[in-house]
Design a protein around this ligand. Structure first.
Ligand code: HEM
Length: 194
């Protein structure tokens, strides 16, 4: 887990730059766009996790760890209409190690979600509790589920090759997510206009 964190820290910092909902001037439309982007990425990656026998055997409960329904609920609460776009440029995850690395990115983001939730600017804080199910994630269970995931990672990555694969999978996941977030950010008429 330490290596996954250290070897992806640069990409986490980059990803943060594409999440603008902590900006003082963030609007509900910025938040809705962020939720749309995250939903578009979560739908395919959650399907990949659910279809992966290695993850299941390691004890990764893909169905219980799904978050796309929370994203859909938040978007519906905000009055956002379908269709919701779906990312097609997903990472290649050719081995169990790669999948573990991808799951690390998605599971780790629940920690960031809790952090973001506690620091939302005023306009967005108004929807806290009504349209923030995704940011709340696993709620009070977040810490326990992160530790349980950490135990799975430690079990799964028995040698240096598996670790290398996990780092590669995590980096590919961050990179494709950043590209996808950047497409949504590019649609921001406020920033385009300024
Ligand atoms: C403005 C946006 C973001 C902020 C402010 C943020 C903040 C944080 C914070 C504070 C933590 C550490 C929490 C703790 O240790 O209790 C964390 C962890 C993490 N975040 Fe983010 N995050 C953001 C976006 C993202 C995104 C978009 C992803 C990818 C989907 C992501 C993936 C992760 C991962 C994998 C970890 C676990 C790191 C580790 O301890 O190994 N974060 N984030």
């Amino acid at each position: 887990m330490r290596r996954l964190k250290d070897d992806t820290a640069d990409l986490h910092a980059l990803a943060e730059q594409y999440v603008r909902i902590l900006d003082a001037d963030a609007r509900i439309s910025d938040y809705a766009r962020y939720l749309r982007a995250m939903l578009g990425y979560h739908l395919p990656i959650e399907e990949t996790f659910a279809a992966n026998d290695d993850l299941a055997q390691l004890g990764f409960a893909a169905q219980r760890r799904r978050k796309s329904h929370l994203l859909e609920r938040d978007l519906e609460t905000l009055g956002e209409e379908r269709p919701f776009a779906r990312c097609t440029a997903m990472p290649a995850l050719p081995s169990m190690g790669h999948c573990i690395g991808a799951a690390y990115v998605i599971e780790g983001s629940t920690l960031g979600g809790r952090y973001i939730l506690s620091r939302l600017p005023a306009v967005l804080a108004a929807v806290r509790g009504s349209a923030t199910a995704f940011l709340e994630g696993y709620g009070a269970e977040t810490g326990a589920r992160w530790r349980a995931f950490g135990a799975i990672v430690e079990r799964a990555l028995a040698d240096r090759d598996a670790e290398d694969a996990a780092v590669a999978g995590a980096r590919a996941t961050f990179s494709t997510l950043i590209d996808w977030l950047a497409m949504f950010e590019g649609r921001d008429e406020r920033r385009v206009a300024s």
